[in-house]
Design a protein around this ligand. Structure first.
Ligand SMILES: Nc1ncnc2c1ncn2[C@@H]1O[C@H](COP(=O)(O)OP(=O)(O)OP(=O)(O)O)[C@@H](O)[C@H]1O
Ligand SMILES: [Mg+2]
Length: 309
């Protein structure tokens, strides 16, 4: 997918199995979009703020704030999303106080299946839909550092499931624009981060199928943590040389890298066969710490990969 097509959308989801690099890719995409002059909102759907840890900044909270030039961020805690939704619904304050401050109601509300997900999806739509006084969008692009695939699927499905359940009335009317946004290929893309390993690769194929079944547009599959390709012959010669110099421990490390790279090849191929040309490969960075500098490196790599193909 061309970079210009990708960044012309309004809502980019980044999901994948736990720990595969979703937050890494989401921040890198935000850096790239901001660099090209966009005002970006990065939404984190996670009980703990990982973005702030990556960037070494104070915790990201429910109220958005600018964390880097042209990058705003917020964290959706579903409890706040439910409360905010209720406030918007219950315009009369006395009623709001009576209903929301009621302990029993709170227990009831959080126990409603799908309410957390619906208000989270609603908050994402609401932020995407925010306008300036002149009617132009407040944010040029919203990037969601989404939960892992299972929970993310519930978020993607909840508008449709709600509409199918309630069929008509105010809840349907409020949910329809969320569903319209999520299924619009001009505005939304669901992107998946995958490691080139057996389980993440097969889960990526399954998840992509499920997203398609919701008529939600799929974007890019980011294959993360790809090991360098090693030319076998050169590797043998080099290993021999190092061994002759008494550096057996280095040979051992290199050979484990070579083995992992060989193992990965099969899964890179499967992912490429299924998703090319919408595939972006991100190398494994051999670094003792993962900071803003590494994120900028990854953003630069994504930029180059997307510009060529
Ligand atoms: N290309 C890479 N090279 C080396 N390390 C990486 C790379 N991408 C991510 N990592 C490391 O992997 C770890 C997990 O990354 P990240 O937090 O982005 O994953 P995640 O999918 O968001 O995890 P979670 O499911 O917990 O939200 C990070 O600590 C990061 O340092
Ligand atoms: Mg994360």
């Amino acid at each position: 997918m061309q970079k210009s097509d990708f960044f012309s959308k309004r809502l980019l989801w980044v999901t994948g199995k736990g720990g595969v690099g979703k937050t890494t890719v989401a921040i890198s995409l935000a850096l790239l979009a901001a660099e090209s002059g966009k005002r970006v909102l990065l939404i984190e759907v996670s009980p703990t703020s990982r973005i702030s840890r990556f960037l070494g900044i104070p915790e990201i909270v429910y109220k958005e704030r600018e964390i880097l030039p042209d990058i705003f961020a917020l964290n959706i805690d579903p409890r706040y999303a439910v409360e905010e939704y209720m406030k918007l619904q219950l315009k009369f304050r006395f009623l709001y106080n009576r209903v929301l401050k009621n302990k029993l109601f709170r227990i009831f509300a959080t126990a409603l299946p799908g309410l957390d997900d619906l208000t989270t999806a609603g908050k994402i739509w609401y932020m995407e839909n925010l306008k300036r006084k002149d009617g132009s969008p407040l944010f040029d692009l919203v990037i969601v550092d989404a939960p892992a695939t299972g929970h993310c699927f519930n978020l993607l499905r909840v508008p449709r499931a709600t509409i199918e359940t309630v069929k008509f009335g105010p809840i349907k009317n409020q949910t329809q624009p969320i569903q319209d946004l999520f299924t619009d290929p001009e505005r939304t893309l669901v992107n998946i981060v995958a490691l080139p390993e057996e389980m993440p690769a097969s889960e990526t194929l399954e998840f992509a199928e499920k997203v398609r079944s919701l008529s939600i547009p799929l974007g890019v599959v980011f294959i993360n943590g790809v090991y360098p390709e090693v030319d076998e012959e050169r590797f043998m010669v080099l290993s021999q040389k190092l061994a002759n110099e008494g550096m057996e421990d280095v040979v051992e490390i290199l050979s484990s890298i070579e083995k992992k790279g060989t193992m990965q090849k099969k899964y890179v191929k499967i992912l490429e066969e299924n998703f090319a040309p919408n595939v972006v490969k991100i190398p494994f960075l051999f670094t003792p710490s993962f900071t803003r500098e590494e994120l900028i490196r990854i953003a630069t790599i994504i930029n180059v990969e997307m510009s060529v193909g």
